[in-house]
Design a protein around this ligand. Structure first.
Ligand code: 13P
Ligand code: SF4
Length: 297
């Protein structure tokens, strides 16, 4: 299967990009493995005929928006992000009516239609930097209320209003103070994703995006308890075989696990499922994402 996929990639002049939460067998076949921001930047630069995004829908949509001339495909049509589903265009419009002077900052974990209403997007790797770059005192931030709290803690001079108030990722919301206690007993450094609840962020030793975890682990030492989707630990173990990393076995993103090798082979063979978005939505969303890229990681 792996050989067939490699042959198809070459024949179709395809580039395969996988998120850090993808199954390891998919990561092994990918040309790029990274966090949401890294995938977006690489997708924008890609010159291949076919861009295959192994991840969830918002990642493939972002790739298409940034590189509209290319054919972008998502191997599993229904691979979505329940966090993204918290935020609708109507919720943004209503919030904007109530706070007309506020800037709208939208996490990339959102639909293209929602991004099209944003002043700027952000990822977990650059959320603080993006918000700090804005002149507005009030920021409407969605859909992740935990990431909003993280930004608020770093920028107390701003008023960050989460839209909706309780948007969250169920995988990261599952981390509890009991997990913190267990990690402390093991003597591990606690590294958490900013999608974890505020009480977990306050107890963690480090907070980082998934790409940030990869970079920071290069310089880190001693055991780490990694508070994010468990595949992140598989990736860290591959990159740093001498190190000890603990995962939470129940921290699984079901949508990220939908992609199998058979799906990837079929996706390359049939060039499905192609991402198609309306030109108006793409253009407005592109401006919001490009502004984020200009701010940097
Ligand atoms: P990263 O941008 O840190 O990879 O996060 C994406 C995501 O979906 C986290 O749950
Ligand atoms: Fe969405 Fe959470 Fe899965 Fe990330 S881990 S893709 S935020 S559901």
């Amino acid at each position: 299967m792996e050989e067939e996929i490699r042959a198809l990639k070459a024949r179709k002049n395809a580039v395969v990009m996988a998120h850090n939460y993808q199954p390891l067998e998919i990561q092994r076949l990918a040309d790029v493995v990274g966090d949401s921001l890294e995938i977006a930047v690489k997708a924008k630069e890609a010159r291949a005929d076919l861009i295959v995004i192994c991840g969830v829908r918002f990642m493939a949509e972002t790739a298409k928006i940034l590189n509209p001339e290319r054919k972008v495909i998502l191997p599993v049509k229904d691979a979505g992000c329940p966090l993204a589903d918290f935020l609708t265009p109507d919720l943004i419009r209503e919030a904007k009516e109530r706070y007309p002077d506020a800037a709208v900052v939208v996490y990339v974990n959102s639909t293209a239609e929602v991004k099209a209403l944003a002043d700027i997007t952000c990822t977990s790797a650059n959320a603080v930097r993006v918000v700090a770059s804005l002149p507005n005192d009030t920021i409407l931030f969605g859909p992740d209320a935990n990431l909003a709290a993280y930004v608020q803690r770093h920028l107390p001079e701003k008023t960050i209003i989460p839209v909706p108030p309780g948007g969250h990722c169920y995988v990261h919301a599952g981390f509890t103070l009991a997990d913190i206690e267990a990690a402390r007993k093991r003597g591990a450094t606690i590294v958490c994703h900013p999608e974890c609840p505020p009480e977990i962020q306050e107890q963690a030793d480090r907070i980082a995006s998934t790409g940030g975890m990869v970079r920071e682990a290069a310089a880190g030492e001693g055991p780490w308890s990694v508070f994010t989707e468990r595949e992140m630990v598989s990736r860290l173990r591959v990159l740093y075989p001498g190190r000890v990393f603990y995962e939470k076995p129940e921290a699984v993103c079901a949508d990220m696990k939908m992609t199998s090798l058979a799906d990837l082979r079929r996706a390359l063979e049939r060039e499905e499922y192609e991402i198609v978005l309306s030109p108006g939505v793409m253009e407005r969303a592109r401006q919001a994402i490009e502004r984020m890229i200009a701010v940097g990681a």
